[in-house]
Design a protein around this ligand. Structure first.
Ligand code: FAD
Ligand code: NAP
Length: 258
């Protein structure tokens, strides 16, 4: 990713850093007054690197109304920016491109009753932002968040999703949200144990959510591993769903999470 020219970014301060496992971390930075985004969009974060810069995209975990910006990062072995995040500490400086972008936005669906958010790994980040907004609960009757990880210790947001029931903006819509964990490399109580496309094909995801997926009622948002986004999209096509385009409405909106 090319470095934005100087006036296109601001220099922000890291407010806190939490390390959940050796490769999963969350952190928050100061939010400039003029920084606007829609829940589901991503920022470009950067560091100075030698004579130049290093920039990468990160989905915003915070709600649109939050005073700070939170992110969830998976550290990649030998990844250039991962090496910077591995050293990140409170009070460090970080660069923030002034413009947030992304089209993984549930409001783009003009119709539909049930919203199903399918994600792997760090692909949960945009959905955590959306689930703190009242609009998504007003817009859909039922919402399911399905998060696939390889190992149980990567399910670091279970408590936060559970706590949404007491969130002041969301508690009026209690009962609308269902969370389904998927753990692909170990058997875990309450979690499904196969990749998302398999769970869609054999009907076990719909069964676990206590629903049926239909083109009339169901709308899918997909984010995560590009191979998963591709395979899930292909599976949904086979099941009779179609890509959503602004001029040709469909049931699927997706974004590669890296
Ligand atoms: C739209 C968008 C949103 C993104 N949002 C996030 C986010 O919220 N959190 C986050 O951690 N990353 C996110 N990423 C990925 C992020 O931009 C970086 O690529 C990542 O942090 C690794 O950077 P790196 O320089 O260490 O390694 P890179 O050289 O950029 O990546 C090396 C390899 O690591 C793998 N990889 C990259 N990112 C991930 C990931 N998140 N999970 C699993 N494998 C990965 C890929 O195979 C990639 O080819 C996003 C990417 C895009 C395009
Ligand atoms: N997690 C690990 O054990 C592991 C091991 C070595 C290296 N890494 C590397 O570490 C980084 C982060 O890994 P991560 O585990 O956070 O992210 P990830 O590799 O994207 O895995 C997250 C989830 O996505 C699933 N997934 C992967 N490809 C899929 C597909 N085509 N269709 C459906 N689901 C799919 C995984 O299932 P599966 O578990 O079945 O893959 C897992 O449940 C990556 O660079 C990864 O290559 C991870």
């Amino acid at each position: 990713m090319n470095a934005p020219v100087a006036e296109k970014y601001t220099e922000e301060t890291v407010l806190w850093v939490k390390r959940h496992t050796d490769k999963l971390m969350t952190f928050a930075i100061t939010r400039p007054e003029g920084y606007r985004f829609s829940a589901g969009q991503f920022s470009r974060l950067g560091f100075r690197d030698g004579e130049g810069f290093i920039w990468r995209a990160y989905s915003i975990v915070s709600a649109e109304y939050d005073d700070t910006l939170e992110y969830f990062v998976v550290l990649i072995e030998d990844g250039p920016i991962s090496a910077k995040f591995a050293q990140l500490q409170q009070q460090d400086s970080i660069l923030l491109d002034k413009t947030a972008t992304g089209f993984l936005l549930p409001e783009r669906f003009a119709d539909g009753r049930d919203l199903v958010m399918l994600c792997t790994g760090s692909g949960i980040a945009p959905f955590l932002s959306q689930l703190q907004q009242a609009d998504v609960y007003q817009r859909f009757e039922r919402i399911a968040l399905v998060h696939s990880v390889s190992h149980a210790n990567e399910l670091i947001f279970n408590q936060r999703v559970h706590d949404l029931a007491e969130h002041p903006l969301v508690e009026d819509y209690q009962g609308k949200l269902t969370f389904q964990a998927v753990v692909t490399r170990e058997a875990v109580d309450g979690a499904l144990n196969a990749r998302i496309p398999v769970l869609l094909k054999d009907g076990s995801l719909a069964q676990a959510l206590g629903t049926e997926f239909t083109p009339e009622h169901t709308r899918f948002l997909i984010c995560g591993n590009p191979a998963m986004v591709h395979d899930t999209f292909q599976t949904l096509l086979e099941l009779g769903f179609a890509m959503h385009r602004n001029r040709i409405p469909g049931q699927i909106i997706m974004e590669n999470g890296f």
